[in-house]
Design a protein. Structure first.
Length: 190
């Protein structure tokens, strides 16, 4: 059971995200300062940094948690399942969640609009891919190179899916794109 302190922290983080997204939409990401976000949320700049270490994490903070959850879901997959099939199943489920999320398209556009945000996004994605590769290696007995390679291929597939989905204004069938990308990348021997 989650304690009161953790629930309160999550609520404040969610409020900061909401306030920041509104300001980013009005002013732009690069033009909005941490002071602007803190002031609009009724807190100090110092308090803001208790919840997010940098401004970019207001947009990207969930990526850390997502990587941990993906790693846990990979570990829970059936023991005999091929590693590529495991990645496909888990990441397809995550893409469905992203597709169902109302603000996913706006977030992707916001990331693309700011060099600082793109750089932080790539940094967080690399950290997440490291967690996923470790989980894949642990559950399947793959060597580190193969686990890293499969994880990188899956990441490239999802990057292409996100770009195609964004270009279609969110109208493309995201899950069909995921299935197509994973089918095209299926290794001869996983």
């Amino acid at each position: 059971m989650t304690g009161l302190r953790e629930r309160t922290k999550r609520a404040v983080r969610a409020e900061l995200v909401e306030v920041a997204q509104r300001l980013f939409a009005e002013q732009g990401f690069d033009e909005t300062t941490v002071d602007d976000i803190a002031r609009a949320a009724g807190m100090s700049k110092r308090s803001f940094f208790r919840y997010f270490p940098v401004k970019e994490d207001v947009v990207l903070g969930e990526i850390d948690f997502m990587g941990e959850r993906i790693a846990a879901e990979l570990a829970a997959r059936p023991a005999g399942e091929e590693p590529w099939a495991s990645l496909h199943a888990v990441l397809r489920d995550w893409e469905q969640r992203i597709d169902d999320e109302r603000q996913a398209l706006e977030r992707l556009r916001l990331i693309e609009s700011s060099p600082a945000l793109r750089a932080r996004y790539q940094q967080k994605r690399e950290e997440t891919r490291g967690h996923i590769a470790q989980a894949l290696q642990a559950r399947s007995g793959l060597d580190a190179f193969t686990a890293d390679l499969l994880t990188a291929a899956a990441g490239a597939a999802l990057d292409s899916v996100a770009r195609a989905w964004t270009r279609s204004d969110g109208r493309a069938d995201r899950l069909a794109l995921v299935d197509q990308a994973f089918a095209l990348f299926t290794p001869a021997r996983a």
